[in-house]
Design a protein around this ligand. Sequence first.
Ligand SMILES: Nc1ncnc2c1ncn2[C@@H]1O[C@H](COP(=O)(O)OP(=O)(O)O)[C@@H](O)[C@H]1O
Ligand SMILES: [Mg+2]
Length: 460
Amino acid sequence: MDSQSAEPKKTKTANLEDVRKVVAEARKRAEAQVKATGIVSAGAITSETKKSATVRVARTEMPGNIMRPEHVKPVSLALPPSDAAAAPGAPGADAAEAAPAAAQDQAPTAETVPRLTNPIRKRPKAYGVEARRRYREENSRRLTSLESGFILCPGCFSHIVLHDLEPLHVAQCQSCGTMEFVPLRIGNFWLFEPLGGGSMGSVYKACHTEMTDQVFAVKILGRMNKTDPVAIESLLREARVAKVIGDHPCLVSCVESGFQDDEYYYAMEMIEGNRLDKLMDQRGRLPEVAVYRMAVDMLDALQHIWSRGYLYCDLKAENIILSTAEHAVLIDYGLCAEAGQLVDPDGQFISGSPYYLPPERVWGMVESPASCIYSLGMVIYHTLTGEPYFDAPDIRALMERHVAPDAEVSLNRLKGLRPGLMQVLTQMIRQDHRERFQTFDEARGAVKQILDEMARMGGR
Ligand SMILES: Nc1ncnc2c1ncn2[C@@H]1O[C@H](COP(=O)(O)OP(=O)(O)O)[C@@H](O)[C@H]1O
Ligand SMILES: [Mg+2]
């Protein structure tokens, strides 16, 4: 190991406070990573086993009483007025829908897996002059060392040589013992910090070798399912859906996807901010005004997705980032369903987050915007009270609560909050979908009215 090089010292004298902060944060992150992963496999970031995580439960494992009651009639679905058909790469469109090479039993190459790219949008508030300058500085430093084959130890600034180290694992500095994450290069992206992940993939913060004035989030497959055709198709499909959905201030946008350096990847803009579930963990409940603003943003986002021919189907606090650029932003298009196929095609599994999933999913019925509105209502309740609306000792029992015959709307815990809220929330979370708001715009109008009233009264 090459230690005590001149370069880090330069950095040190240039801005000591900043360097200290970065070092402290990096150390904390690396230690948390070690704790979470037991060092051995940072590639497969352990998923949270919370009841809000997305799960997949076989119907045969559910108790017998999840039959749809007679009085709940199936949705007669008005499909979205389709500007979807006009959208480039809309569902069913040829090139973007092409199956990946792996699914066709060919060895994938950068040429055979369609590479999708999108014009890169920069959120004006997140990417102001100052932020871009900061990113450029940080990324240039990072790239200088990465392209020369080493990373800087955050503990003692010595060089940790990348050669021979396994990317996406945590390495230990031989000089001071500090743990540091080993980045991976995919095409022009360097994945340098884990952000999160679920059952199939993991997401990493990344910098780009040319576009240095911003950061990205890149999703790749878990190390165990890197070659699994189902996982591959699911990752690439998510990128295709993102491309069809396109640009919206409350939605994450896809930057690029494809296959390079032996990895399938899906690169997105990085949303800087706080994930809603983490904020709830820290603060318990959130202020009303923040919750209503988030809800309006989410209803805008859901409506935009619907107008592009998809229903979102995975609304939960983990998929919402309260961005530092003021909007709430929805991420993760993994469960988006085409508007024409709003029921699990094989009907064997119930997928979703047990806290928030709509009764229609449990009953195996066709879903509609009213189903997403139900999930959003559950999220609103959770964020306002700090408690989930339904709870149960285990996941199956919790899923069952959403369809229990006695699952009456009871909003006692909301007493003392805005008048008008109870009525709006009731209309979001009724068990029978026909008694809920039927469109995103209707629900948005109702929530916006509460916000406007708060503004009129100067309330917080
Ligand atoms: N564009 C992004 N910007 C910032 N963080 C992100 C982004 N995409 C994903 N993440 C982080 O990674 C986690 C997992 O990503 P997600 O797409 O939700 O994957 P999964 O399908 O495994 O739930 C998110 O909960 C979030 O913390
Ligand atoms: Mg997710």
